[in-house]
Design a protein around this ligand. Sequence first.
Ligand code: SF4
Ligand code: SF4
Length: 368
Amino acid sequence: MIYKQFKDLQLSSLGLGCMRLPQLPENGGIDEAMTAQMVEYCMKQGVNYFDTAYVYHGGKSEVVMGQILSRYDRKSFYLADKFPGFDPTFFTKVPEIFEEQLGRCQVDYFDFYLCHNVCERNIDSYMDREIGIIPYFLEQKAAGRIKHLGFSTHAELPALERFLEAYGEHMEFCQIQLNYLDWTWQKAEEKVALLRKYGIPVWVMEPLRGGKLAVLTERDKALLEEVCGKEEAPVSCAFRFLRNIPEVTMILSGMSDMDQLMENVATFSQEQIMEPEQFDAMAQLGKKMIEAVPCTACRYCTDYCPMSLDIPKLMRLYNEHRFTGSTYALNSLPEEKKPHNCLGCRQCEGFCPQNIPISEKMKELSKI
Ligand code: SF4
Ligand code: SF4
């Protein structure tokens, strides 16, 4: 395993993102036995960073990871958790949620703690002096219950800059969506440059864009092979791109099975150099490959749909239709799950970190 220095810590450059843990086919619950095997493999192979959040798997990610990690020496791993500030209702109960998280995870402290998705919709609450959320987290840090404080964000540059101006001196790391598509699509290159100005290292989320960069269409695979050659797997190319960005310290991958984990560990066990020309060519490639709807299937939106539509599935079918012209899968949906049930209420859109105009896409899908 390749390690990165962060202050006095040696962090594995690959971290296990715990938002897509293996699931049981019968009920969709977390497959705890498989997750425990994956954690054991991580520990043996030197992966020492685990990233969970209050809402992952409906709160069960914290519980399951807490149970599994409690079997290991507390000093043998680094646990990251996040305050769910992307939902404004949670701002009224900051201390309760923080205590609940420590309890769920069975720990006395978090090695890393993040404000989850600071963005245009919630930045005023994060900066509200009466709520005092950042001072509260700084108090917890002073008490040793948070070792390192940071934030994740899908914000546009002006909001990111506003947050950094206010709290940059207290933020020790920042987690952004970064991959060779988002280098330009979500202006990740400019975000990295801004964070560099503040001396804040980058944690990467969605390095494979919800798995899309692992399973490319034939057209995109051919495009990638022109840049990286036929021998290297798409996943390895995607990680190599990221590992050649000096500010990148941690790359989180939401792995869902042992094969993905083993492949990624092998990739992160060797140095991977990318020449500047190849790096630039991959960034250009991202522009050609971008899909119609950049849904990462994070499912942040689904709980807020009054019609219980499976929004990420419908976004996937939208993209599929665009590339293949097929309507088979759409027509096969149960009547109550079809896009014409969308009320256009837009409740989902405020929770989408990709800023997808979901209600408009539902209208287009209905016509299709
Ligand atoms: S706009 Fe449509 S998909 Fe979004 S929450 Fe409302 S009904 Fe659901
Ligand atoms: S539509 Fe947005 S919030 Fe919903 S799953 Fe896709 S990316 Fe996530």
